[in-house]
Structure formats: C-alpha cells, structure tokens
Design a protein around this ligand. Structure first.
Ligand SMILES: [Zn+2]
Length: 138
C-alpha cells in the first residue's frame, strides 16, 4: 500500500494550489507531514494546520527503472526511469516524493544535500487531473 494513503483530501487540495501542508502541535511545536490528529511526540490534541515553505534538501534517493503499475501507466519504464527521493524539509519533517530535473543518465551525480524546492506533477488518472508532490533543484 502506498504511503500516500496516509495523506488526506486537504493535503491534495492544498497541493492542487501549489501548497504543502502538514500539522503543528500547539503544545510542543512538533511539525508533522502528513498531518496528524494527535501529536506523535506529546500526544496533544491541540493541533493546527501548518503551511510548509516547500524548501528542503535531498537526504536519499533511488532511480527506478522497473516501476509499479501506476507509474508504468504514467509512461515510466527502463528507457524512461524516474527518481524518488527522501526530502528533509527546512521545517524538519521528511517526505518522499519524485525528484525532477536531475540527470537520470548519471544518477551518481545526484547530490545528497542539494537544495530542493517543491513543485507538482499533473497527471491524469481515471479521467481526473491530479496533482502529485515532486521536488526539483532550487
Ligand atoms: Zn506535541
């Protein structure tokens, strides 16, 4: 199951508008993405929506040339691979997303620690236009 199952409608609505949201605990300031109902640190229910800057850095990545079905349907395969990375947001939390505008022919040149900026990928799925989170070099 995709970890994106953890992301709710508000997350995708915000993404559609080019915004990245999560949650912030009003008691201990812990920030989370995806957003939580209960603080994972202090278990407080005092949570508000947090707007993230969308800036972060690359902490890990992999280039995928044998994609899962959904990505194959989006046109990715061994001749058209894609990069997925773990991005640490400047606000702290980490999130995985597709990394765009990197040299997939020379993945060894993709730099851990490089500055990234969020963007979105528009993809049609079941006749609906959907926005997916992605990052590109800042
Ligand atoms: Zn807390």
């Amino acid at each position: 199951m995709s970890e994106f199952a953890l992301f709710n409608k508000e997350f995708f609505r915000a993404l559609q508008a080019g915004e990245l949201i999560g949650s912030k605990c009003l008691d201990c300031d812990e920030v989370s993405i995806p957003q939580r109902e209960i603080c994972p640190v202090c278990h407080s229910h005092e949570i508000e929506i947090e707007n993230f800057s969308g800036k972060g850095e690359l902490v890990a990545y992999t280039v995928i040339s044998v994609p899962p079905v959904k990505m194959a349907e989006a046109g990715y395969d061994s001749k058209n691979p894609y990069c997925v990375g773990i991005v640490e947001l400047v606000e702290g939390p980490r999130i995985s997303a597709q990394i765009l505008d990197v040299d997939l022919a020379h993945p060894e040149l993709i730099e851990i620690g490089m500055d990234l900026q969020m963007t979105t990928i528009q993809r049609e799925e079941g006749g609906l236009q959907k926005s997916y989170l992605a990052f590109k070099p800042a």
